[in-house]
Structure formats: C-alpha cells, structure tokens
Design a protein. Structure first.
Length: 145
C-alpha cells in the first residue's frame, strides 16, 4: 500500500511540475516578441541568436513538461528540466550581479524584475526536479534488484 501511495505522490508531483513548465512555455510561445525582448535584455546573446533562443526555449520547456505528465521518459525529462532551470537560475544571478534592472521573462504567474525572488523560484523548481529525479532513480534501483 505504501508503495502505491508513493507512486501516486510521485506522479502527481511530476504532473504539477510538468504543468508549470508547459504553462511557462506556452506563455512565451504565445508572446514571442515580448519574450524575445526579455532574452535581448539579458545582453548575453548576439542579436542574430535572440530570435532562435526565443523560439526554442518555450519548446524546451513544453516538451519535457508534456512528456513528464504522460509519464514518458520521466528521468530524461527531469534531467532536461534540471539543466534548464539551473541555466535560468545562473543567467538570473549573473544578470543580478551585473546590476541589470530587467524583466526576468520567466513566464510564470506575473512579470517581475531579475532579482532574488526569481532566482529563489528557479531554485525551488531546481530542487523539485532534482528530488523527483532522485526519487525516480531510487525507484528504478529497487525494482531492478
């Protein structure tokens, strides 16, 4: 019984995380000009790559979110979300250190400037995805031994 409850909890937490990334990606996908401006404001990419980044990032969020909800390749999806969230958090912290006063372009809930709140949010998502990955890895090890 405890194993079944753990599995249900794991799947619910994965679906919630996947849904958040789908939502964030959809907002960016539906507002490409605004997201491209947010990417440009970070001043980390040459202008010729801003459009490409603005077009690709939403799909890099939505695809693993979608497959995570479906339960397909869960560990791979979680790894991709860990890498993405770690990259987003790094970019926010670098921009904060550079003193930039820009919209984070995060795509969740409301607009806000680059700052500790946005970095903390990414830290929560990073820890959430990492914990789920560890949980999946642990479950896989117990079922193969």
């Amino acid at each position: 019984m405890a194993g079944k409850l753990n599995w249900i909890l794991l799947r619910v937490l994965q679906a919630l995380l996947g849904g958040l990334f789908i939502y964030a990606g959809l907002l960016k996908h539906w507002h490409p000009e605004e997201f491209a401006e947010a990417v440009r404001a970070y001043q980390l990419l040459p202008d010729v790559l801003v459009g490409l980044a603005a077009a690709v990032i939403p799909w890099l969020e939505m695809a693993p979110g979608f497959f995570l909800i479906l339960g397909f390749k869960r560990r791979s999806c979680l790894l991709l979300l860990i890498v993405l969230t770690g990259a987003f958090m790094t970019v926010i912290l670098v921009s904060l250190a550079r003193g930039l006063k820009i919209d984070c372009g995060c795509g969740l809930f409301f607009q806000r400037q680059v700052g500790l709140v946005a970095a903390l949010e990414d830290g929560v998502f990073l820890a959430w995805a990492a914990a789920l990955y560890w949980w999946e890895l642990r479950q896989a090890r117990f079922t193969t031994t």
